[in-house]
Design a protein around this ligand. Structure first.
Ligand code: SF4
Length: 256
């Protein structure tokens, strides 16, 4: 008769099973336990799972955010889970302050981001930087990521199946960073994060409850604002809503 798992191991296994379910994996098989092995002599730790138990790599204790993010990056690996890996130069994981109150999430890397391995570093990134500084904060204060981590060919919109395969990693990043507010940049990010299908005009201008008490707002993607600068005024309204929520002072004038 195998010994019951200790509460800490049970907690870690439950977290790992939850993660696999988010990845769409629902069937699990437990390897038979060798009755000759005394589990008490082979304690499970975070890097060396006991070979006699289900073969899993246990998640780190949340609290050490850089380690938790590193583990997510290791789990992604040299990912080929969707077709977007074919055109990738660099996988674009995410960047910024791991303790950020504010997280911006776009749809996917473009050419500059793919070349550098960092989100929002091209022209759209420059505009995002301007939007962030108009809020009275710096790029280094926030965390920035995308729904998909590899560049779609010719900068096309990521397909739903690509978003569905990749977004569980983003959800894990959000769970680690635990921002107070997420700003979804554009329809792809908004629809993926909220799992709803609606137009940008319906999605903007209101708050959504998100996981773990985080609030989510939707605004235009900076690449769209570059194509239609008249909408910058509307985006500024969205950012003012975010500033009020975060207790940031509102400037008297809108940014140029
Ligand atoms: Fe993997 Fe995401 Fe890249 Fe697809 S986009 S290959 S799921 S990392």
């Amino acid at each position: 008769m195998p010994k019951p798992l200790d509460p800490q191991t049970k907690k870690h296994l439950a977290a790992r099973v939850k993660y696999y379910k988010e990845m769409g994996i629902h069937d699990f098989y437990r390897q038979p336990i060798d009755p000759n092995v005394d589990l008490a002599l082979h304690p499970v730790n975070e890097t060396t799972p006991a070979k006699s138990q289900a073969s899993v790599t246990l998640p780190p204790v949340i609290g050490d955010k850089p380690s938790a993010l590193k583990l997510i990056r290791e789990d992604i690996g040299e990912c080929t889970r969707c077709r977007l890996h074919k055109g990738r130069t660099n996988l674009v994981f995410g960047v910024g302050n791991v303790n950020a109150d504010l997280m911006f999430i776009g749809e996917g890397p473009g050419a500059d981001e793919d070349a550098k391995g960092e989100p929002f570093v091209g022209r759209a990134g420059q505009l995002l930087n301007n939007m962030i500084s108009a809020m009275g904060i710096k790029r280094e204060d926030v965390y920035i990521a995308n729904v998909v981590k590899c560049r779609p060919p010719s900068n096309r919109t990521p397909e739903k199946d690509e978003c569905d395969v990749c977004s569980p990693f983003l959800m894990r990043q959000i769970d680690v960073i635990k921002p107070k507010v997420i700003v979804a940049l554009g329809a792809v990010a908004a629809k993926t994060l909220l799992a709803i299908n609606a137009s940008m005009s319906d999605l903007r201008g209101r708050w959504y409850g998100f996981r773990g008490g985080t609030k989510l707002a939707v605004t235009y993607h900076p690449a769209f604002l570059l194509r239609d600068p008249r909408q910058k005024k509307e985006a500024w309204k969205d950012l003012q809503m975010v500033m009020t929520e975060l207790g940031l002072p509102l400037p008297n004038r809108a940014p140029e």
